[in-house]
Write a protein that binds this ligand. Structure first.
Ligand code: G1P
Length: 295
């Protein structure tokens, strides 16, 4: 694990997951699985790989499965041990965080992503921090947040958001940046708009759910100004940092899947399955048998 200039992260997990009902009726959407692990575990593993160890989850009602997922499951562990299933047992136990490194707070009202991040302010204190939205899954050789922390260190510290180009018709689904000059993978951010209509979007470079932010963001989030959809938007608070602090978009190496969308989620399962050496061949054979790729 790398030693990181960023020590803390926020994972907002209060969303209801209405787009995945009925799957998410009695289960948090962050527990939806891609291959064999839930979305939340990918988010945590990505943060660990970036050297971040202290994480605050901003949760809501009916999210206790997330806390259980990162705790011992004594009956299960005892059963695996008694059956001599040492491999699966170690995998479970090794994935647990060091005690006290994860904390949970509740966003008591659904006031938006900006409000959810603001709920983490006391835990973060006055230091730069990461935010990961578990709906956004990135398949990459070097985990996305690790790439971002390396870019953060190389540029001497700045606000950085992961960006990807999207079709213009999709700008109204994302935060969109107005780009300035670019150097290597970093693009200067001159403006930020939440979910603009394609006709007025300043570019097609969308913000993905990966952020490194300076603590001054809390000052703007604390003003509780509402924006797109009547919600307190993280994008709007970030826009207020522009001009005051360096701010970049980061064109990460990798493929991002929007798992908040059913097609994106299915694509993630296929891509992550194909990326597993032991699963690739049978999956390719199956897809061929379906006639995928033929007219
Ligand atoms: C949020 C952000 C948006 C960002 C997106 C990435 O939107 O508000 O700026 O582009 O995540 O997934 P949401 O998906 O919560 O509507």
């Amino acid at each position: 694990m790398m030693t990181s200039a960023i020590k803390k992260a926020v994972i907002p997990v209060a969303g209801l997951g209405t787009r995945f009902l009925p799957a998410t009726k009695a289960m948090p959407k962050e527990m939806l699985t891609v291959v064999d692990r839930p979305l939340i575990q990918y988010a945590v593993e990505e943060l660990f790989a970036a050297g971040i160890e202290e994480i605050i989850f901003v949760t809501g009602r009916n999210k206790s499965a997330l806390e259980d997922h990162f705790d011992h499951a004594y009956e299960l562990e005892a059963t695996l041990e008694s059956r001599g299933k040492i491999g699966p047992l170690s995998a479970l136990v090794d994935a647990l965080p060091p005690e006290g490194n994860f904390v949970y707070t509740r966003q008591q009202r659904p006031l938006g992503l900006g409000h959810a991040v603001w709920c983490a302010r006391h835990f973060i204190g006055h230091e730069p921090f990461a935010v990961v939205l578990p709906d956004d899954l990135v398949l990459a050789d070097v985990p996305c947040m690790q790439q971002m922390v390396e870019a953060y260190e190389a540029c001497g510290g700045a606000n950085i958001v992961g960006i990807m180009d999207v079709p213009r018709a999709q700008t109204s689904r994302y935060g969109i940046i107005e780009p300035g000059e670019s150097k290597d993978q970093l693009v200067e951010v001159k403006g930020l708009v939440e979910k603009p209509d394609p006709k007025v979007a300043p570019s097609t470079l969308s913000v993905i759910g990966r952020y490194i932010l300076m603590p001054e963001i809390f000052e703007f989030l604390g003003r509780k100004q509402t924006g797109a959809g009547g919600e307190i938007q993280l994008t709007d608070a970030m826009a207020q940092l522009l001009g005051q602090q360096p701010f970049y978009g980061f064109a990460y190496a990798g493929t991002r899947f929007d798992c908040g969308d059913k097609v994106g989620y299915m694509k993630a399962n296929i891509a992550f399955g194909l990326a597993r050496a032991e699963m690739r061949e049978p999956l390719v054979e199956f897809m061929q048998s379906l006639g995928v790729g033929k007219d």
